[in-house]
Design a protein around this ligand. Structure first.
Ligand code: SF4
Length: 213
């Protein structure tokens, strides 16, 4: 395969390198670009077998290393922490071979619910930043927006616990909401208050037709 044929494993948004590890997710967000767009910046993000092979991802990172920039972001058409083993392998490789590059994971914060254990300690030293989708100011709205596979209270609390634990372990932690999508109106001020109470930074992600900021 040439790089052009595998652009959906390692792709670029606004000049930043992104890794698309999986098409699976515990959510089905109303604004998810998986359902709204087949492509990001012209690249079809649907993966063979719904997931990426870590060694293949590493190969394309190396092929595209001249464009690696200062931060690599795990974010694609799915929840990257579902492929935890691959995420750890790729992050470790980047840390060892591109020591100046920071690693960010954009996540729904369900990893500890998925694995039924706290996976965050094993990511210390591999991941610099977690950007966690807070999404809403209460569990009912969260469930409505994310359409996740867990009960509203379990999912919302699980995601908030993930944020708290991430802060506690010293990761640079952001709690985010998506603004600008008509079908999902959130109380941004209230979400900011919750993020601050959890000890996280707060970020509003502007909804874009071709992805998120
Ligand atoms: S958590 Fe992310 S990948 Fe999963 S459905 Fe929501 S927007 Fe899509």
């Amino acid at each position: 395969m040439t790089t052009a044929e595998k652009q959906n494993l390692v792709y670029f948004v606004s000049g930043k390198m992104y890794i698309n590890l999986t098409n699976l997710c515990t959510c089905k967000c109303v604004f998810c670009i998986r359902d709204l767009n087949a492509t990001v910046e012209g690249v079809d993000m649907h993966l063979d077998n719904l997931k990426a092979d870590a060694d293949e991802v590493i190969k394309y990172i190396n092929e595209l290393s001249d464009k690696i920039g200062s931060e690599v972001v795990f974010c694609g058409y799915g929840e990257p922490m579902i492929e935890l083993e691959s995420l750890e392998k790729v992050a470790k490789y980047v840390k060892e071979n591109y020591p100046n590059v920071k690693i960010r994971v954009n996540t729904n914060g369900h990893a500890n619910l998925i694995y039924k254990r706290d996976v965050l300690p094993e990511l210390v030293g591999l991941v610099d930043t977690f950007s966690v989708s807070l999404n809403a100011e209460n569990a009912d709205l969260y469930k409505k927006i994310t359409q996740c596979c867990y009960d509203a209270d379990i999912a919302y609390q699980g995601m908030k616990d993930f944020i708290k634990e991430s802060v506690k372990l010293g990761f640079n932690t952001y709690a985010t909401v998506v603004d600008g999508f008509d079908g999902a109106k959130v109380d941004v001020k209230m979400c900011e208050k919750i993020a601050v109470e959890l000890g996280a930074n707060f970020r509003v992600r502007e909804y874009l037709n071709e992805g998120y900021s």
